[in-house]
Design a protein around this ligand. Structure first.
Ligand code: ADP
Ligand code: MG
Length: 304
């Protein structure tokens, strides 16, 4: 059975936390295979599990966030029925018609391979970088968080995600070339901030596929933290077979194996993002709540 269509009753019902409109977080890194989709799915479920209302937007033509959170059959059925983000972003279908309930506190805007065409079609369209933002804006009061999974490129789809976002979360795989390409991503974020979306912040970098027995993982972690002090989440996502298995069941790892290290990693990350942690950590260093000073530094704007 296909997940139920978006119901107005979802808005402001029991369990809504806070009054503010949703914080929109784009999950981006132009490298493929670094854990963007895994982070999008599991972070969405972890935040939803804490009682917040979450909208997961799949903006990757590969549709992995979609097939990882609903069944493969349901994902294929939505694609056949043209109930995907493509229809909304290019075709003009109201977004409410493509939003699906995936879990009690978690709604999904699914993607399918039709989205491949959007990269080309959007180029010729008016307000091409702002189309996702325009679609999402009316939905924001209904959610606490909107997470956008993006494709592994800095094309027009990722640009739409950045313009729609309040912040960017960058998953970084703990491997030798982890830092490679990061400067072009940060450069793109900076350009978007200057030209299109002044409010855009860096949510932070999150280390993924961390293998505590592997010295390289520790070295990469140290290196990234040295280069970007105060910009790397304390929570680290371990390399875990459970994390790679769970999407084939249409489940997050929190549901597939709730007590696994991967599940705990994403719960801890969710806590940091939600801000349950104190602003200053035990060592007296700056915590993650203090976003602005380092965001301005890294993006090279404002006071140095
Ligand atoms: P991206 O969206 O950046 O391309 P994915 O989230 O799809 O990356 O991850 C790439 C591959 O690595 C997938 O097969 C996924 O299941 C696996 N993977 C992601 N994170 C982990 C992890 N922490 N441990 C083990 N496998 C992982
Ligand atoms: Mg992906």
């Amino acid at each position: 059975m296909i997940a139920r269509p978006h119901a107005r009753a979802f808005a402001r019902g029991a369990g809504f936390v806070g009054e503010a409109v949703a914080r929109v977080i784009a999950i981006a890194n132009q490298k493929g295979g670094v854990g963007k989709t895994t982070t999008a799915i599991n972070l969405a479920v972890a935040i939803a599990e804490s009682g917040r209302r979450v909208l997961l937007v799949d903006l990757d033509p590969q549709g992995n966030a979609t097939s990882g959170i609903i069944s493969r059959e349901d994902a294929a059925e939505l694609r056949r029925a043209n109930r995907t983000i493509y229809e909304a972003i290019v075709g003009g279908t109201p977004i409410a018609e493509v939003v699906r309930q995936a879990r009690p506190n978690l709604m999904l805007v699914p993607a399918g391979d039709d989205l491949v065409g959007a990269e080309i079609e959007l180029v010729a369209m008016e307000g091409r970088e702002r189309r996702l933002r325009a679609l999402l804006e009316p939905l924001l009061p209904e959610y606490n968080y909107v997470l956008i999974d993006t494709p592994p490129s800095l094309g027009i789809l990722t640009l739409n995600a950045l313009v729609a976002a309040d912040s960017v979360l960058v998953p970084m795989q703990c491997e030798y070339y982890a830092l490679e390409g990061l400067s072009s991503l940060l450069g793109t974020i900076n350009k978007v901030k200057m030209a299109l979306r002044p409010a855009l912040e860096l949510e932070g970098l999150v280390l993924t596929m961390f293998d505590s027995r592997n010295r390289l993982s520790h070295e990469i972690s140290d290196e990234v933290r040295k280069h970007f002090p105060e910009k790397v989440f304390r929570s680290v996502i371990p390399r875990s077979v459970r994390l790679s298995e769970s999407p084939s069941h249409g489940l997050s790892v929190l549901e597939y194996e709730s007590k696994s290290a991967g599940a705990e990693g994403y719960r801890a990350l969710a806590k940091e993002i939600i801000g349950d942690k104190p602003a200053v950590d035990e060592q007296g260093g700056e915590g993650f709540r203090m976003r602005n000073p380092w965001v301005s530094r890294i993006l090279g704007v404002g006071k140095k």
